[in-house]
Design a protein around this ligand. Structure first.
Ligand SMILES: C[S@@+](CC[C@H](N)C(=O)[O-])C[C@H]1O[C@@H](n2cnc3c(N)ncnc32)[C@H](O)[C@@H]1O
Length: 194
């Protein structure tokens, strides 16, 4: 999907993914793991930045990237209004070079938003943006309607795509927004050292 496609969705306020709050699964993960080493975190396809602010609030040096100018403008305004510090940039996560390598990368409704034909590129981008030994934390959406976005994925696909490059530390069914209950699964991966 092009930059124009996503920008148009924001300008038309056609944003069913916008829940006004971070992923419940992320909120619970951060609350349950205060001992985990902080550092830099990259949130690609960050939308209006709720997840970025959750990481910032939990002590991470948080960065959000998105293709749509309106998403970045909204994320910056909401972060300023919340009195939090985070960095946002207009970036194509699949095609542009990362400004730096990150300690953490958080996936939430970007993998299912891109064209399924771009998924090899997505894995390559994660490898480009994340440090060896870095943490890839994903909330994957297991819906089944093939007419996306969002496009479906499965646990098997996630294991097949990420196992060659990552060690799976844990996986679980998270608490979800009400309309996604039972349709999400979280995976905490550590990138293999190269
Ligand atoms: C379904 S929305 C999810 C937004 C946010 N993650 C959330 O859950 O609220 C997908 C987001 O990914 C962005 N996006 C799509 N393709 C992208 C790409 N190649 N690089 C960066 N952002 C992208 C869109 O502009 C949109 O904001």
């Amino acid at each position: 999907m092009s930059r124009d496609y996503w920008e148009h969705r924001y300008q038309a306020a056609d944003m069913p993914w916008e829940k006004g709050a971070p992923s419940p699964g992320l909120v619970d993960f951060l609350a349950a793991n205060p001992q985990l080493k902080r550092g830099t975190v990259c949130v690609p396809g960050c939308g209006s930045g709720h997840d970025v602010r959750a990481f910032a609030q939990a002590g991470f040096d948080a960065f959000g990237f998105d293709l749509a100018p309106s998403a970045i403008a909204s994320a910056e305004a909401k972060t300023k209004a919340a009195g939090l510090a985070a960095t946002f940039a207009l970036t194509d996560f699949l095609r542009e070079e990362p400004p730096q390598k990150f300690d953490w990368l958080f996936e939430h409704t970007l993998f299912c938003a891109i064209q399924p034909t771009e998924r090899d590129e997505y894995v390559r981008a994660v490898l480009k943006w994340l440090k060896p030994g870095g943490n890839y934390l994903a909330v994957n959406y297991f819906l089944t309607d093939p007419d996306g976005p969002p496009f479906p994925t499965t646990r098997d696909e996630q294991l097949e795509r990420f196992s060659p490059h990552f060690e799976l530390l844990s996986e679980w069914t998270p608490r979800s927004y009400p309309n996604r209950t039972g349709l999400e699964r979280m995976f905490h991966w550590r990138r293999k050292a190269v």
